[in-house]
Design a protein around this ligand. Structure first.
Ligand code: CDP
Length: 783
């Protein structure tokens, strides 16, 4: 009965990405590829002002343009109770302006036309009467006496303050500081940056007037969640809403929130009885959709004379923009920022944060990170380097002295996390060895004598991914359990339906590999489906590297569920007791008689053709996974740079990245994820910048001003790995998608500061443009 099985390409195999077959042929199916009969096109008019009272809108000329079907204003939306919507952080956000605009680029009106170009042309014919108001573009301005009140429509809101939040133990931290031999501090700013996915946001909303069925094709990282949010916002029955996320050209957190464009297009389709397509252009994406970071941070570290860390104190002002719309699922106001003690055995810590409204786009999305963990990682890794230099210890040695040690796991952090597993020293040792640290330090000293500035920067980050356990994590009360549904057909081929939504991470490949590992079916025989809220199990979507920790776990668990049933079927076929059946790589054998065997394919066929009396037919199941804890990937990055002191130009010579994400499902995909993250980290550290002038004009509204690294600027990456499995994840895997974006910015900046430290430079805020580096050198020289 049984044939010899070839090696199963399960966990640990660099299986080629099945999705690339269609992508590299240009055969992907993105939102703009969707064309429905009778489809109309929407364009959005956006405010040129950052803060202005809306006195009136005259849309008559636009309305008169041939091809224009309708002009949608806030007034019209208000008639349907849709002028405002809830945000993921419990605030409200304007869908279309009714009273005043609160940031440049805010949605003021929308045109629906028979052609996308007519819709755009008509925007210019809309006459809006704005009355400019005073503008606030930073937390300092927001809290200044007499600052313009941005959210004057909110009852009881008398200033621009949104929240105050604290974590850790203030009293014991104060004591640690009072008793410290040495205190080192750092003020730093993590600037506003933008995920800038290749494909901008958009949707096709198709509300069928006859059936009331709403099908919305959209660029969403979380289709299931979005359906529930739509049901809550629009008051529609949930089964009448179908959200379909087809291929998505990158998300990086940008495609988690519900944006006004989605709501307006859906309302327009409902009112007009036609499908409505809305596709953002690049500038719209940069100026109005979810930004990331914008944290002004102050950190202090208490130390003993010998360099032992005894306490950490961090305070920050968060610039939230005009609406508090942080996309994060925790009960903590600043997401997981309190992971800020990082990889270090910190006896006590205290974090305090204040959020402020400003006249800037809202969002606060987790741009390739777990909800503010990037800011935290940057803070601690920059502070550690400065502390090492101030107390005169090599930064690697300083880390060794203070790392959480391997045998301290599971480790309870001072701010309440339970780190699952780690080997920080092991990862750093490998990175130091690969980069040739000791030799580099010698070369650096020699080069300095010649006036050449070489810098070596380290970052030994700890991440926290896999949101999350139901006690602390939910979105609008919905717990973060994720599902996997698996069906094995009679011929032994399978369909896996998952609640995560790939945006380029390769889920169609890696999740099939998990099933392959557990059931012994080759990955190419497993079709992975996702992205359709009507046809996949419930779950909260893909962001913050949570897919592997949650859906990966659900996939392993559902496979095991099917394996248990398959074992019963195998026992029936082999005519032995279930206890006498062994399983390996797709073969069920009889204990002690390995030649008596059936394959998973034989068993699958029997599930529909030859099952024992009393057993239900079929081989399928569904599992929802509630993670018992988060997973804590980590690593050490080492960056070597050369800085030209005369011009401030710096260039990267080496990037060595050692990552530990537990068990790697597909090493090639993991390497790709790390390459991408290191590249994004470099962009943030070196060149990306969205800033605002004093009138609130967004500078960084296109790719000439907001510089993404191209292949030309991107350094070469050298990767290494250690493997410390997660003890609570069924396959020992931790997330990895965001590790390098989280960990690498500090390594690049530490390298430049390392080069400039002897000149007296202590900090330069990102991006480290050559102009800023040059200015810092001049300022240090001037004393
Ligand atoms: O949630 P997201 O997919 O963005 O992040 P992730 O869970 O870290 O996974 C990113 C990609 O790397 C997926 O295709 C994973 O299956 C893969 N991966 C892996 O092969 N091994 C790991 N230990 C972690 C992720």
């Amino acid at each position: 009965m049984a044939a010899e099985t070839e090696e199963i390409r399960g966990i640990g195999h660099s299986v080629r990405r099945v999705e690339d077959d269609r992508f590299i042929r240009g055969a992907g199916n993105y939102i703009d590829d969707i064309h429905l009969p009778g489809m109309l096109y929407m364009a959005i008019l956006r405010s040129p002002y950052a803060h202005a009272k809306l006195n009136g809108i005259d849309a008559s000329a636009a309305q008169a343009l041939e091809g224009v079907i309708a002009v949608v204003t806030g007034e019209l939306m208000a008639q349907h109770n849709l002028a405002w919507m809830p945000t993921l952080s419990g605030d409200t956000e304007a869908v279309l302006v009714t009273d005043k605009v609160r940031f440049q680029g805010q949605e003021v009106a929308a045109v629906i036309a028979t052609d996308p170009y007519i819709a755009k042309d008509a925007l210019e014919l809309i006459d809006v009467d704005y009355e400019p108001l005073g503008v606030v573009v930073s937390p300092d301005q927001a809290k200044a006496a007499g600052a313009p009140l941005i959210r004057d429509e909110k009852e009881g809101q008398t200033d621009n303050h949104i929240y105050h939040w604290e974590s850790g133990d203030k009293e014991s931290t104060d004591t640690a500081f009072a008793q410290a031999d040495r205190v080192v501090s750092l003020d730093t700013f993590y600037p506003r940056s933008h995920p800038s996915p290749l494909e901008t946001c958009g949707c096709v909303a198709d509300v069928n007037p006859a059936t009331g069925q709403a099908t919305i094709y959209m660029t969403s990282q979380a289709p299931q969640l979005i359906r529930t949010v739509f049901a809550l916002v629009a008051g529609l029955p949930e089964e009448k809403i179908r959200i379909v996320s087809p291929d998505i050209g990158g998300g990086f957190g940008n495609k988690v929130p519900v944006y006004p464009g989605y709501v307006i297009a859906t309302a327009a389709s409902l009112l007009l009885g036609h499908p409505v397509k809305w596709i953002e252009d690049r500038t719209e994406n940069l100026i109005s959709t979810g930004f990331a970071r914008d944290y002004h941070m102050h950190g202090e570290m208490a130390l003993k004379a010998d360099g032992t860390m005894t306490g950490l104190r961090v305070s920050l002002d968060a610039d939230e923009g005009a609406f508090f719309a942080d996309a994060q699922p925790s009960k903590f106001k600043v997401g997981l920022f309190h992971i800020v003690s990082g990889s270090y055995d910190m006896p006590t810590a205290h974090v305090s944060a204040d959020g402020y409204y400003t006249n800037k786009a809202p969002g606060g999305v987790a741009y390739r990170c777990s909800f503010r963990v990037t800011e935290a990682s940057y803070m601690i890794e920059r502070l550690v380097q400065n502390a090492a230099y101030e107390i005169g210890i090599d930064p690697a040695e300083f880390r060794t002295k203070n790392f959480i040690e391997r045998d301290q796991f599971p480790y309870k952090s001072a701010t309440g996390f339970e780190y699952d597993s780690g080997d920080y020293q092991g990862a750093m040792d490998l990175a130091l060895e690969k980069v040739g640290y000791d030799q580099l330090r010698k070369e650096q000293a020699e080069a300095r004598k010649e006036g050449h500035l070489i810098g070596i920067g380290l970052a030994s980050f700890t991440e926290v991914v896999g949101a999350g356990p139901h006690k602390d994590y939910d979105i609008l009360g919905i717990k973060m359990n994720d599902g996997a549904e698996l069906r094995v057909h009679p011929t032994g081929k399978a369909i896996l339906k998952i609640s995560s939504q790939t945006q380029g991470q390769g889920h169609e490949t890696t999740f099939a590999q998990i099933v392959a590992e557990e059931l012994g079916i080759q990955p190419e025989d497993i079709k992975v489906m996702h992205g359709d809220s009507d046809d996949t199990p419930y779950g909260l979507g893909t962001y913050a590297s949570r897919s592997t920790p949650t859906v990966g776990a659900a996939t392993a668990m559902v496979s095991r569920k099917l394996r248990d049933k398959a074992r019963k079927l195998a026992a029936h076929l082999l005519e032995v007791s279930e206890d006498d059946v062994e399983f390996e790589a797709g073969r069920f054998t009889v204990k002690g008689a390995p030649d008596k065997a059936v394959t998973i394919q034989d068993v699958a066929f029997a599930a529909y053709t030859n099952f024992p009396d009393g057993m239900e037919a079929g081989l399928e199941g569904v599992t929802y996974y509630d993670p018992p804890n988060l997973t804590f990937p980590f690593g050490t990055y080492a960056v070597v740079v050369e800085v030209d002191a005369d011009t401030g130009v710096w260039k990267v010579d080496r990037v060595v990245a050692v990552d530990d994400c537990g068990v790697r499902i597909n090493p090639m995909i993991v390497a790709g994820q790390i390459h991408g993250g290191l590249c994004e980290g470099f962009g943030i550290a070196a060149m990306e910048q969205i800033t605002f002038d004093e009138e609130g004009n967004c500078i960084g509204a296109n790719f000439l001003d907001y510089l993404l690294p191209t292949a030309w600027e991107t350094p070469r990456f050298e990767l290494g790995e250690t493997v410390t499995p997660s003890p609570h994840h069924p396959i020992g895997a931790k997330g990895v998608g965001e590790s390098a974006t989280v960990g690498s910015p500090a390594a690049y900046v530490n390298a430049v500061i390392d080069a400039l430290w002897p000149l007296g430079v202590r900090n330069i805020d990102m991006p480290l443009t050559s102009g800023k580096v040059w200015e810092a050198i001049q300022a240090a020289k001037a004393g």
